[in-house]
Design a protein around this ligand. Structure first.
Ligand SMILES: Cc1cc2nc3c(=O)[nH]c(=O)nc-3n(C[C@H](O)[C@H](O)[C@H](O)COP(=O)(O)OP(=O)(O)OC[C@H]3O[C@@H](n4cnc5c(N)ncnc54)[C@H](O)[C@@H]3O)c2cc1C
Length: 257
C-alpha cells in the first residue's frame, strides 16, 4: 500500500534536487544477527545509475515525531520495480527499529538517489574497510568493478553470523577479512588497524573506500596515508557516530563532542 507523501519529504527532495516517492515494503528478512535486508517497491529504476548511491527514508522516532535515515542501495531490480537495503540492527535507533518492525505493505517516504560515493574506474584494486553498515555499499561497488580487478574487504563484525558474503564475477580477485570486535568500544579502531596490518597493499594503483564509525574511519584513513596511499585515492564517509544518534537529516553529528 502506498500513502500520500508527507509534505516535508516533497520539500526536502525539491531542495536537494532529487526524487521522492512513497514506497511499499515487499519483504524484510534477517541476514544475520545484526543485519536485516528490506526490499521496497517504487520508482526503483532511478536508483540503477550509480553503485554507491543511497536513499533517505522517513522513520518514526517517537509517536508523531519523524527523522530521516540514509541507507546505501544494495541491489536494484528494475523489472520488478524493487530495490533492497541492508540495515544494521546492532543498536537501538529509529532506523534499526523501523526495519525490525516493517511488514509487507507498509509505506515509507523515500528521498533519493543521494550521495557522492562511486567507484574509481582507474584503480587496479579496491580496498573496502568498515563495519556492517558499509556492506551494502561495499558489495554493490565491488560488483561494478570491471574484471580483471581486485576487491579487498576488511570488515569488523560483532557476531560471527554477521560475516555475510556475496558472489562476484569470476574474473575478479576477491579477498575478504572479517574481524571480530571482541567487545572493543565501537569507536576503537584497533580491530580494523590490525586487519589492515595483516597484509601488504598491492603494488599497482588502488583506491580505498572507508565507511563506518566517525572516528574509526578517520584513524583508518591516517593509517593508509602512512602506508603510502594518497589522500586523493581514499574515499572516507562517516556513516554513524558512537554514542550519538545521527542528526534528523540522517548524517552523523560532525561537531566535536
Ligand atoms: C550515506 C550513508 C549511507 C549509509 N548506508 C547504510 C547502510 O547501507 N546500512 C546501514 O546499516 N547503515 C547505513 N548508514 C548508517 C546509518 O544511516 C546510521 O547507522 C544511522 O545512525 C542509523 O540510524 P538509527 O536511527 O538506527 O540510529 P541513531 O538514532 O542514529 O543512533 C542511535 C544509537 O545507535 C548508535 N548507532 C547508530 N548506527 C550504528 C551502527 N551502524 N552500528 C553501531 N551503533 C550505531 C549511535 O551511536 C547511537 O548511540 C549510512 C549512512 C550514510 C550517511
Amino acid at each position: 500500500m502506498t500513502l500520500p507523501l508527507d509534505p516535508s519529504s516533497v520539500e526536502l527532495a525539491a531542495r536537494l534536487k532529487t526524487e521522492v516517492r512513497s514506497c511499499s515494503v515487499v519483504e524484510t528478512r534477517p541476514l544475520s544477527t545484526n543485519l536485516h535486508a528490506v526490499t521496497l517497491r517504487g520508482s526503483a529504476s532511478i536508483l540503477t545509475g550509480v553503485p554507491g548511491n543511497d536513499v533517505m527514508i522517513r522513520v518514526e522516532k517517537e509517536p508523531g515525531s519523524f527523522v530521516r535515515r540514509r541507507y546505501s542501495v544494495r541491489a536494484v531490480n528494475p523489472e520488478q520495480d524493487e530495490f533492497t537495503l541492508w540495515i544494521s540492527t546492532s543498536h537501538e535507533g529509529a532506523g534499526s527499529a523501523w526495519v525490525k518492525r516493517a511488514r509487507p505493505g507498509d509505506a515509507v517516504d523515500v528521498v533519493g538517489p543521494r550521495g557522492k560515493i562511486h567507484l574509481d574506474p582507474m584503480a587496479d584494486w579496491h580496498l573496502f574497510v568498515g563495519d556492517i553498515s558499509g556492506l551494502a555499499a561495499f558489495y554493490r561497488l565491488a560488483e561494478s568493478i570491471e574484471p580483471p580487478g581486485r576487491a579487498i574487504f576488511v570488515v569488523e563484525i560483532d557476531d560471527p553470523s554477521d560475516a555475510v558474503t556475496a558472489t562476484f564475477d569470476e574474473g575478479l580477485g576477491v579477498t575478504g577479512i572479517f574481524i571480530d570486535r571482541c567487545g572493543r568500544a565501537k569507536n576503537d579502531p584497533a580491530g580494523l588497524l590490525s586487519g589492515l596490518a595483516a597484509f601488504a597493499l598491492p603494488p599497482d594503483e588502488g583506491h580505498a573506500y572507508l565507511f563506518g564509525e566517525f572516528s574509526v574511519v578517520k584513524v583508518v584513513q591516517s593509517a593508509l596515508i602512512d602506508r603510502g596511499l594518497s589522500l586523493a585515492l581514499i574515499h572516507r564517509k562517516p556513516f554513524w557516530r558512537a554514542g550519538l544518534a545521527n542528526a534528523d537529516h540522517g548524517e552523523p553529528v560532525k561537531t566535536e563532542s
